[in-house]
Design a protein around this ligand. Sequence first.
Ligand code: FES
Length: 275
Amino acid sequence: MSTLTLPKPKGFGQTSRRDGWWVAPLLTFLGFMTFIVYSTWAAFQNAHFESGPYLSPFYAPLLFGPAESGHVWFPLAEGATHPSWYPSFLPWSPAFLILWIPGGFRFTCYYYRGAYYKAFWADPINCAVGEPRKSYWGENSLPLILQNLHRYFFYLAAAFIFLLAYDAWKGMWFGPAGEEKFGIGVGTVILWTNVFLLGAYTFGCHSFRHLIGGFKNSFSQNPMRKNCYDCVSGLNKKHMLFAWCSLFSVGFCDVYVRLCSMGIWTDFMIFGGNG
Ligand code: FES
């Protein structure tokens, strides 16, 4: 029996591949960079994150904010720009208090890790393509061992889905405080679509799949658990799709609310509402 040896790529970027192996990492890099730059800019704005009953998901839940907001948990005192315990020499935005949770969840996600390891530090840049380094970094020591925090981020991210759903529900009540009427605007549809996509991404998480039944040797005694496991597995199969769709939707929600708040876009009512 003869043995076939494949040529090993030597230098960075060297390969025998003739397909467009560089397209996927490049698109991933551009997609992630666009989101990172925009979301950082939006978080620092501390303005235009509400429009009518809509709240941008970058600021949800709104822990501290103006008393007149319909979404705020702890209203700031009149004239205060931030909570009294917050160091006044630091820039303030209510988004800073919460964005580390969805950010940490995505940064440590198994899918995203595979994608940005390729796109951002070429480790490897693609299969059978030469790497820029000879050593294997692995995830066994600091800082990458912290990626194991993903399972804990999952609990926080799952709670966020319910909080976002609550704010999307509030986005169905139009009009001044005390006189709100139920309605559905274009923004309502956009916010609920975002909740759906984020939920599909979050509950398709590999950690959740393990939590829901991955450690069981037999499902025969527990058909309910089996059904839940199958549901999570179904979402898990499309994890990459939901990762990208939800990334786009959460960013677009902020754009929509922001532009409506600035008067550049108009939110049209589909049904009901208050005037
Ligand atoms: Fe992607 Fe958990 S593996 S969210």
